[in-house]
Ligand binder design. Structure first.
Ligand code: ATP
Ligand code: MG
Length: 557
């Protein structure tokens, strides 16, 4: 077996290392078991990187298994989106896609085996009664009056359930374990319930469906999973996982290990809650760039490697914590700083006229696409005597630390020339509408590059008005106003109503055909990419992926 290069980096890998050294397994086999009832989110990315990452590093396999035991909330669109997201993240599943429903026949037979062993019974209490009888952890539960039915009666009734002779909620199959167990999950858990609902895979074959706890361990065993990894809320369920596998005639008994869920600041990471954001139109859809879904992050402009890096940085532990948004953002910022080409965009434009250049003045300026990555090449940008600059790059009066254009002072237009602002005009509301300048003609033609008249002035970016392409810029802010909306009962009341800010400005001509998959660094404004849905040749729309600097740093110190 391949030596694990990530040895000992977390307790799960340590367990696997130990199992390998004891010769327990020939091949490590994990699985990622999403329920197709929503799109994947960044928390799932953690589980994906863990399961597929382990399989990759140990030269093992990782199955993709859809946990499709509740057809009511599931559908094939979710199946397809999940497959797409896993592939996009850079992982390949082992063989064909698996479905828990592939094993419905076997799972059913194992239920019969439990009945025959006197370890399962058909209960006719209502769901509410079952709940009431279950008790609380400080108080033992109460046996159902149907608990002591004979094996024959149970077999007949279970068969009747399967044939559709009961209505939904009229009967269910329960394991016969211990109604006074200190672990609530062991108080005769439900194994099968009735649902008259068309299943996306098995259609109308079944009207009874196994519960997650019953189906999961059996599916793991049938697939030869060696390490079944799940989040900590299943800690108690491990007893049931082991109880089921011990009491049915399976040849393989995988072990379950639990790690902490990812919780991310200012986000909810539960499909049920994300679903509400979509259905109540708080966002545009599952792939809204503000959503913490994989498809939302992709549309926003996150790269697969930045998400994998994030999962690597947060690690795998048993500690519950709330991960800072800045830690996700720093992963994409680091990636794009290294890899994204630079381009010029003006988000809040103000007109600037260079008076001493001829009316039809036009000049090609060569610019590097990246300050250090020469392989990204260079491009030509048109310069003329009328340009847009960023409104925030100009001040009428000097303030401390302001290094850009001040009335009466000089600034360098990136790669073009040095200008001095002479006077401004304002509209009736007092807003500046034009800055009139004079160019230092000695600095044209790149003379400054060769040491001619080097002046220590600030640098600003610009776009020639004649050649500018109008563009819409969407700046995103947190979807929630509070750090941990997940724990709030009414999480929707904490939605940030200003989570999107729209600016209308310009980009350089080279971005006319910007594609959604290509991120750019826009000087001073952040990293952006074209929106895959709204951007077109006739109407460019750019999403801000992340700002250039960490905005949280300021507020934390
Ligand atoms: P949700 O509440 O989002 O629906 P879930 O656990 O019901 O979560 P599943 O589709 O069942 O969603 O999850 C598939 C796998 O991903 C499971 O192994 C689950 O433990 C893991 N997972 C889900 N959410 C997270 C998270 N926030 N952090 C880490 N792993 C997660
Ligand atoms: Mg689940």
């Amino acid at each position: 077996m391949k030596k694990n290069k990530h040895q000992s980096t977390n307790f799960i890998r340590q367990t696997i290392d130990k199992d390998i050294s004891l010769g327990k397994y020939k091949k490590i086999h994990t699985r990622f078991p999403p329920e197709p009832n929503g799109y994947l989110h960044i928390g799932h990315a953690k589980a994906i990187c863990l399961n597929f990452g382990i399989a990759k590093d140990y030269n093992g396999n990782c199955n993709l298994r859809f946990d499709d035991t509740n057809p009511v909330n599931e559908n094939n669109c979710f199946v397809e989106s999940i497959k797409q997201d896993i592939s996009w993240l850079g992982f390949c599943w082992n063989g064909n896609v698996c479905y828990t429903s592939d094993y419905f026949d076997q799972i059913y037979q194992y239920a019969i085996e439990l009945i025959k062993k006197g370890l399962a019974y058909v209960d006719e209490l209502t769901m509410q009664e079952i709940k009431d009888y279950r008790g609380v952890w400080t108080k033992p539960g109460k046996n159902s009056p149907y608990r002591d039915r004979s094996v024959e009666e149970n077999l007949l009734l279970f068969d009747n359930m399967r044939k559709g002779f009961f209505k939904e909620g009229e009967a269910c199959l329960r394991a016969k374990i211990d109604m006074s167990s200190s672990f609530i999950v062991m108080r005769d858990p439900v194994l099968y319930r009735i649902k008259f609902f068309k299943h996306h895979q098995t259609k109308y074959d079944w009207c009874i469906y196994p519960m997650y706890d019953f189906a999961h361990c059996i599916s793991d065993s049938l697939e030869g999973i060696t390490h079944s990894l799940c989040t900590l809320e299943f800690l108690d369920n491990r007893r049931l996982y082991n109880w089921i596998l011990k009491n049915i005639s399976v040849s393989k008994r995988p072990n379950q290990y639990e790690y902490s869920r990812l919780n991310l600041e200012y986000s909810v990471l539960s499909k049920r809650k994300l679903n509400q954001l979509v259905n109540k139109n708080y966002v545009e859809g599952w792939d809204d760039p503000r959503m913490p879904t994989i498809s939302g992050l992709r549309r926003r402009g996150y790269t697969p490697s930045s998400i994998r890096e994030f999962c690597q940085r947060i690690g795998i532990t048993k500690q519950q914590n709330l991960i800072e948004m800045s830690s996700l953002e720093s992963c994409i910022r680091d990636d794009l700083n290294k890899n994204a080409p630079r381009a010029m965009a003006i988000l809040d434009p103000i007109k600037l006229i260079i008076q001493n250049l001829p009316i039809y003045f036009e000049k090609n300026i060569l610019m590097n696409n990246h300050p250090s990555k020469t392989e990204l090449g260079n491009r030509t940008v048109k310069f003329s005597n009328q340009i847009w600059i960023e409104r925030s790059d100009f001040l009428e009066q000097r303030t401390e630390n302001f290094k850009r254009l001040i009335l009466g002072n000089e600034v360098r237009l990136r790669n073009a020339c040095i200008i001095r602002s002479d006077y401004i005009t304002k509209d009736i509301k007092g807003n500046i509408n034009c800055i009139y300048c004079t160019c230092d003609l000695n600095t044209l033609d790149n003379k400054h590059i060769y040491g001619y008249k080097i002046k220590n002035v600030g640098i600003i970016h610009w776009i020639s008005i004649l050649h500018a392409i109008p563009a819409e810029f969407r700046l995103y802010h947190n979807l929630f106003n509070i750090r941990n909306p997940e724990i709030e009962e009414d999480f929707l009341s904490n939605i940030n109503l200003e989570s999107i800010e729209i600016k209308n400005g310009y980009v350089e001509q080279n971005l006319q055909n910007a594609e959604a998959t290509n991120p750019y660094q826009f000087e001073r404004n952040g990293y952006f990419c074209a929106d895959s849905i709204h951007s077109s040749k006739d109407h460019l729309v750019f999403n801000r992926i992340v700002s250039l600097r960490d905005p949280y740093k300021k507020s934390r110190c």
